[in-house]
Design a binder for this molecule. Structure first.
Ligand SMILES: Nc1ncnc2c1ncn2[C@@H]1O[C@H](COP(=O)(O)OP(=O)(O)O)[C@@H](O)[C@H]1O
Ligand SMILES: [Mg+2]
Length: 365
């Protein structure tokens, strides 16, 4: 296995920058997810690493080599795509053996590698079947196996689970994670699904508009999103982002909502707000950090329940506050009905504050 370094990577199509100065290091054996909305440049970045498209500028290092000008076949990578592209007429065994035959490996070595891959992926019993005799999940496993037999320095995967139904996707998610743990493989995994990234990856690279927004462990990204984009993209339901106005009352720093309510900031949050470039401050709160009350409580803000969505384990309540939708989760036994008056209490320790102009997370000194 090997590490991968992207340095100031750029890909332009005419005047359009699909990938904008992306720099990151994937350590040896690490599982990194490139995650972001459709069109943000994930596939382009992966294809640059694979060598399927030429880079405009920057460097790509795989292991100890700069691979900028190397053909895909010389980069020591294996790709797994969304559509598995198996040979329909060939058995699973032959699908796995084919890339090795192309590389002119001796027959007994091919046999050994195919059987080992089948063992690792628990599909020894499927080796004689044709792709059409396999379920979607099994076909995807064969596609993984075909990458595995090549024993590459790096696995590149582009939305490999997108074609599977929801249940199978969750199951294959665990299998790929297991695959990574067992092989200690270096994997770069593209997905638009933030939950896949959060659950599978050691680190995630959150992209938007061709730019790398944040590169860190899922826990760090979740707890400390660097800006409003990352804050709203990672986590489900999305973090509520409520535009407020900062001011000072009797020497204390307060935030005021469009409806006229306000609350006094803790010293640490006041410090953050003092560092903003503007009086416009956006309060970010995850559903689990907001308390819902059925009656007025000091510090809680009056609102009206808009929708109430029971999911079994928790009920999600949506309300409008200061022109924004606020998502709150409550235990299923709490009775709330749409249009009912509620009071929302924000946790100052766990709230996020963003600069209303730059959209960057505000920092305390
Ligand atoms: N060959 C191409 N010519 C022009 N624009 C392209 C080409 N390939 C991709 N793009 C554009 O680059 C952006 C990033 O595409 P892509 O990397 O496929 O996004 P993602 O995989 O994140 O959905 C998109 O706006 C896409 O339309
Ligand atoms: Mg893509």
């Amino acid at each position: 296995m090997a590490h991968v370094v992207l340095k100031d990577l750029v890909k332009t199509y005419g005047s359009f920058k699909a990938v904008n100065d992306v720099s990151l290091t994937v350590n040896d054996g690490e599982f990194v997810a490139l995650v972001g909305p459709s069109g943000c440049g994930k596939t382009t970045t992966l294809n640059l690493v694979a060598g399927l498209i030429p880079i405009t500028s920057g460097d790509i290092v795989i292991g100890d080599r700069v691979v900028n000008d190397l053909d895909p076949k010389d980069r020591d990578i294996a790709m797994v795509f969304q559509n598995y592209a198996l040979y329909p007429q060939k058995s699973v065994y032959k699908n796995l053996a084919f890339p090795l035959q192309m590389r002119k490996l001796p027959r007994d070595e091919i046999d050994k590698k195919v059987k080992e891959a089948a063992r690792v992926l628990d599909m020894t019993h499927l080796l004689e079947r044709k792709p059409r005799e396999l379920s979607g999940g099994q076909q995807q496993r064969v596609a993984l196996g075909r990458a595995l037999v090549r024993d590459p320095a790096v696995f590149l995967m582009d939305e490999p689970l997108s074609n599977l139904d929801a249940k199978l996707r969750v199951q294959m998610r665990s299998e790929i994670k297991r695959f990574h743990q067992d092989l200690k493989a270096t994997i770069i995994y593209v997905t638009h699904d933030q939950l896949e990234a959060v659950t599978m990856a050691d680190k995630m690279a959150v992209m938007n508009g061709g730019y790398l927004q944040q590169y860190d462990s899922p826990a760090q990204v979740f707890a400390h999103p660097v800006n409003m984009f990352v804050a709203s993209f990672i986590g489900s339901p999305a973090m509520s982002l409520i535009p407020l106005q900062a001011s000072t009352a009797n020497g204390n720093s307060v935030l005021t909502g469009a409806e006229g309510w306000s609350f006094e900031l803790s010293p640490r949050n006041a410090q953050k707000v003092a560092n903003a470039t503007t009086k416009k401050v956006v309060l970010g709160a995850r559903h689990s950090t907001i308390k819902l009350h059925n009656s007025a409580v000091p510090g809680a803000i009056p609102a009206k329940a808009y929708t109430v969505e029971p999911t079994g384990d928790v009920t999600f309540v949506q309300a409008f506050l200061s022109g924004a939708i606020v998502n709150v989760s409550v235990p299923p036994n709490i009775a709330v009905a749409p249009d009912e008056q509620i009071w929302l209490e924000f946790d100052q320790e766990r709230m996020h504050l963003f600069d209303g102009e730059t959209e960057m997370a505000l920092k305390a000194n």
